[in-house]
Ligand binder design. Structure first.
Ligand SMILES: Nc1nc2c(ncn2[C@@H]2O[C@H](COP(=O)(O)OP(=O)(O)OP(=O)(O)O)[C@@H](O)[C@H]2O)c(=O)[nH]1
Length: 294
């Protein structure tokens, strides 16, 4: 096949700029979890966008930030490993935010991938008036000579196909890297655990979101469907109480919400069994981090 292009792209940017939402919107299926809490993303998750003339493999990275814990440090390492392997880096900045020191830090940082093509993406562009989008594009142009510059909205599906086209044009000529029917190579258990974590994050505040991890204990295929056993892990007893809620009301909601999401990605009925466990200060403990898969 001539003129078919394929390669890897990653979106970088401060936490909460909309990288995961953009990945999901481009792939057209829920791959990465999203939330209004910063630093939701903890794994390099791949989604694959298939088009007649090419294929994009999206690697989702955690938000870049100043590491305060061992977990933070490992997340930054993960971003760096990802950067070294991609063909295109998409630098994301929301239309409504001024470009600040955090953005400049990331802009300098992507220099560490000299071979990657670099594009700037203005996200959430439906949230501001058009002149503001134009201003943001100009501000970005002052940062560097981008290979492409494009405003998008994941929520209102603005410019998503043009973005895919722009990125594909920057990819090397190559055969398809993944089979046509594959949208993610994330293992089922990993996707399940992320969906549970997303449900558990709903409505929690302050430090608690960063303290929540989910471990899948077992997935048992029975005649009536799957039984999934999972632990929601927190760092302190007080957090355990918050997650469970009065008369276990909150935990029941988490289970109901997660089960519905998991059903959407499963081909048979699912029964979800959740337990809440305390692993004291797991974010700072190398052994616990290993056990939780970081
Ligand atoms: N209005 C609007 N909100 C958006 C858009 N894209 C993302 N958001 C919201 O912005 C918030 C953060 O989105 P995420 O996709 O989780 O951001 P992220 O950059 O992946 O965040 P981290 O995982 O923390 O790095 C969520 O509340 C999204 O719903 C958009 O196009 N328009």
């Amino acid at each position: 096949m001539t003129d078919f292009r394929a390669g890897f792209v990653t979106f970088v940017g401060r936490p909460n700029v909309g990288k995961s939402t953009l990945t999901n919107a481009l792939v057209g299926e829920k791959i990465a979890i999203t939330s209004s809490k910063p630093q939701t993303t903890r794994r390099a998750i791949r989604g694959v966008v298939h088009r007649e003339h090419g294929q994009l493999v999206i690697v989702d990275t955690p938000g870049v930030h100043r590491p305060r814990t061992l977990l933070g440090q490992r997340l930054n390492d993960l971003v760096e490993t990802t950067l070294a392997e991609v063909d295109v880096i998409g630098f994301c900045v929301p239309a409504g935010d001024d470009i600040g020191p955090g953005d400049r830090f990331i802009n300098d940082w992507i220099e560490r991938a000299p071979k990657a093509k670099k594009i700037a993406i203005v996200t959430k562009c439906e949230t501001v008036p058009k002149p503001r989008v134009a201003e943001q594009l100009i501000a970005l142009q002052e940062l560097r000579d981008w290979d492409a510059l494009i405003p998008v909205s994941s929520v209102e599906s603005i410019n998503l196909e043009p973005l895919i086209d722009e990125i594909l044009q920057l990819m090397p000529e190559s055969e398809a890297l993944y089979p046509q029917d594959m949208v993610t190579e994330e293992r089922y258990a990993q996707r399940v655990s992320e969906l549970i974590r997303e449900a558990a994050l709903e409505g929690v505040h302050d430090e608690l979101p960063h303290s929540i991890a989910v471990v899948i204990d077992d997935i048992i295929d029975g005649e009536e469907g799957k039984d999934i056993y999972a632990d929601i892990v927190v760092e302190r007893d007080s957090q355990k109480g918050i997650i469970i809620g009065k008369g276990a009301s909150r935990l029941k909601n988490v289970r109901r919400f997660a089960a519905r999401q998991i059903s959407n990605i499963s081909d048979e009925p699912v029964t979800l069994h959740l337990h809440v466990k305390v692993a004291k200060d797991w974010q700072r403990d190398p052994k616990q981090l290993g056990r939780l898969g970081f």
